[in-house]
Design a protein around this ligand. Structure first.
Ligand code: FAD
Length: 494
């Protein structure tokens, strides 16, 4: 008989998707040991590096994740960039299943002239990473002092996070875990006016009521009322589903702050598509304004939330254009997942078009051919999936959704793994014939990692970094003072 050994699952990525999947696996499958690999020395993905510093309550999920990590069947392996530092083929022989939960590490570009060449143009992703102390972006040094006008393209909640950080009085951010250098730079910011620009109309925007309310309630910040021409009339608003009706009513009311007494202002600018970015001869290569083409809603059905827009033309037949002054410009039109290097070496063909690992919706990675385990979908169609390979979170369903929806999604994937283990004649290994799988997990991978000079971090290491950050924070009256550089984090461990 085969001697007992635990079922080894590798999870790539320690954000909400990775942790919620680990939580479910450890709770429901008593023989599972989870090794969670993370590129950074520290855990939690966008919960630590995306969620805004003035939303500490959203970061409470980190307490749940910390609870998960107390399990003796959980190992954190940080500071290993899988696919780059260590090939995926080094992992595969030692695991029974691998779950990819590595999120979305890039952002979508606009592809307009000036986007790459001009100073003062940033992705919201980089700016968010910067104020949150993400090592990759701690040297961003966004130009907040050349002028007073900020333009943000995109009207999702990330765009509103960026707007709020630009408009909030820095003193209100001092006790948060915002990076110290960001606080310093924001205290010198000259930005007075923020425009949050969208392609479509108010009814089609992606933001939610909590984020709008926060902006409308910022002290000494005025809101430019939305033009009556494009705002839905009362009868349309009253007929909307409850959540959307409340949002429109809030937008219609606007802010009670007196523009005369306010030091800053913001607006939501609708029906504008970015066309190009420009500099003035006075400041060569430094952004001076953004040019937009005007759009119009389908005149037959302008207040349908799924209504499409078309470019607007002047009576002369020329496209209607508008210039918005901009000393700083952010694109916030979404994040994007990339393939990990070497995915194809373990049989996965990344879907570049959709920016996801192709899967059956339940987290099983689809086979690029008809080879693999056959599976019947609820709609009756039959697909093949690659045994033992799974995905969850933003890399599975695309970069949309909040932590709660990521949790549901991760639970679904974990349940698929549990189901597959149960139907796999009890031998444990899904990736391999049990006779050929070492089942050693990290113990089998470690030697290869050390050979490559990698210095991995354990959960205990993270706890030491965490304690050092909290201690530094305490001295400054903050929740924590994040370390913005990997070397700094590793120094704590020496
Ligand atoms: P991530 O959180 O991105 O985690 C992926 C992890 O994988 C990261 O730790 C990354 O370092 C790691 N990784 C990447 N590549 C590798 C590799 N090669 N090897 C090893 N590890 C790797 N949701 C809310 O509910 N409330 C909010 O207020 C909120 N604010 C947000 C603000 C911003 C700016 C953004 C972008 C998102 C926000 N969200 C919010 C959404 C929420 O963050 C996501 O739903 C969630 O983080 C997605 O989880 P994930 O695990 O798929 O990805």
């Amino acid at each position: 008989a085969t001697p007992y050994r635990p079922t080894r699952v590798a999870i790539v990525g320690s954000g909400p998707a990775g942790f919620y999947a680990a939580a479910r696996l450890l709770r429901k499958q008593q023989d599972v040991v989870v090794d969670m690999y993370e590129k950074l020395p520290v855990p939690f993905g966008l919960a630590r590096y995306g969620v805004a510093p003035d939303h500490p309550e959203v970061k409470n999920c980190e307490e749940t994740f910390t609870e998960v990590a107390t399990s003796p069947r959980f190992n954190f392996v940080g500071n290993i960039d899988l696919g780059n530092d260590l090939p995926l083929t080094a992992l595969k022989p030692h695991y029974d299943a691998i779950l990819f939960a590595y999120g979305a590490s890039k952002d979508k570009e606009l592809g307009i002239p000036g986007e790459k060449a001009l100073r003062g143009v940033y992705s919201a992703r980089a700016f968010v990473g910067w104020y949150n102390g993400l090592p990759e972006h701690c040297d961003l040094q966004p130009d907040l002092t050349s002028g007073e006008d900020a333009v943000i393209v995109g009207q999702g909640n990330v765009a509103l996070d960026v707007a709020r950080i630009l408009l909030t009085d820095v003193d209100a951010l001092r006790t948060t875990d915002i990076a110290d250098y960001a606080l310093e730079a924001l205290s010198k910011s000259r930005i007075k006016r923020v425009r949050v620009v969208g392609r479509r109309g108010p009814l089609q925007a992606a933001f939610t009521i909590k984020e709008i309310r926060e902006l409308l309630q910022l002290p000494s910040v005025a809101f430019d009322p939305i033009s009556k021409d494009i705002f839905p009339p009362d009868d349309v608003v009253n007929a909307l589903p409850r959540a959307q009706k409340r949002l429109m009513q809030l937008l219609g009311k606007g802010s009670t702050n007196d523009p005369q007494k306010s030091t800053k202002s913001w607006s939501l600018d609708f029906l504008l598509s970015p066309d190009s970015l420009h500099w003035s001869p006075i400041h060569p290569y430094h952004l001076s304004h953004a040019k937009f083409s005007r759009n119009e809603l389908d005149s037959a059905d302008p207040y349908n939330p799924s209504s499409k827009v078309t470019p607007k033309y002047l009576s002369s037949g020329k496209p209607a254009m508008v210039n918005l002054p901009a000393s700083i410009f952010f694109r916030s039109v979404g994040y994007k997942s990339l393939p990990l290097p070497g995915l194809e070496d373990i049989g996965i063909r990344f879907d570049d078009q959709r920016g996801v690992i192709p899967n059956d919706g339940f987290g099983r990675v689809r086979s690029p051919s008809s080879a693999g385990d056959q599976q019947k979908l609820p709609d009756g169609s039959v697909i093949a999936h690659l045994p033992g390979l799974y995905c969850a979170g933003w890399v599975k369903r695309g970069p949309t959704g909040v932590i709660a929806s990521t949790m549901t999604d991760a639970f679904t994937t974990a349940d698929s793994i549990i189901q597959d283990l149960a139907s796999h004649s009890g031998s444990g290994s899904l990736l391999h014939d049990p006779d050929h799988s070492s089942g050693l997990g990290w113990d089998g991978v470690k030697a290869e990692a050390e050979c490559r000079g990698l210095r991995s971090t354990s959960w205990k290491d993270w706890q030491r970094i965490d304690a050092a950050e909290r201690k530094r924070g305490q001295q400054k009256g903050k929740i924590r003072d994040k370390m913005g550089r990997v070397e700094e984090m590793l120094q704590v461990l020496d």
